[in-house]
Design a protein around this ligand. Structure first.
Ligand code: IMP
Ligand code: MG
Length: 170
């Protein structure tokens, strides 16, 4: 496998800091429940929360998407949040917006728990025409429609530890 650096570490860190400021301004009067989507969002979420200025509860949700050849992904919930969210503001942290199926599923699932509000923050956005984007309030970077790894994102469970974002070149 060959990869090229798409977003270097310093740009990632600068943007995450900016997002932290923006989210802190928007949610300063509340105490949101921040929900990270495992596994891909774990690095982004860990860096982002260090820049938030309000008290927040932290939880995680784990989903798996099964792809068939026509790439219609079926999403399955592997592990749910345990923090109560009814009447609370939720900030959902996702690694990447691709087909939007994962987000569609998660938005329905979390809204069924009757939060006061649900905002979504995606580290990367492949910028495809998907409906799920209507629910995304914060995006780290728009990227071309390429397979990327690093900063939490994997290829067969590898490369998540890279501090930058890299794109497959072959
Ligand atoms: P979606 O449901 O198609 O939007 O895909 C979202 C999920 O697929 C993400 O949470 C990632 O785990 C995974 N994914 C999508 N594109 C990529 C990629 O380029 N690299 C690594 N994982 C990806
Ligand atoms: Mg993955």
């Amino acid at each position: 496998m060959r990869f090229e650096v798409l977003i270097p570490e310093d740009r990632v860190q600068k943007r995450v800091r900016e997002l932290g400021v923006e989210i802190s301004n928007d949610l300063q009067s509340g105490a949101p429940v921040i929900v990270g989507v495992l596994t891909g969002a774990f690095v982004f979420m860990a860096d982002l929360v260090k820049h938030l200025k309000m008290p927040a509860a932290i939880d995680f949700i784990k989903v798996k998407s099964y792809q068939n050849q026509s790439s219609t992904g079926v999403i399955r919930l592997l592990s749910d949040i345990t923090v109560p969210v009814e009447g609370k503001d939720i900030l959902l942290i996702e690694d990447i917006l691709d087909t939007g199926r994962t987000l569609d599923f998660l938005i329905d699932h979390l809204n069924s728990k009757k939060p006061k509000s649900l905002r979504v923050c995606c580290f990367l956005d492949k910028d495809l025409p998907v409906k799920a984007r209507d629910h995304v309030s914060y995006v780290g970077f728009k990227i071309p429609d390429r397979f990327v790894v690093g900063y939490g994102l994997d290829y067969n469970d590898q490369y998540r530890e890279l501090p930058h974002v890299a794109a497959l070149t072959e």
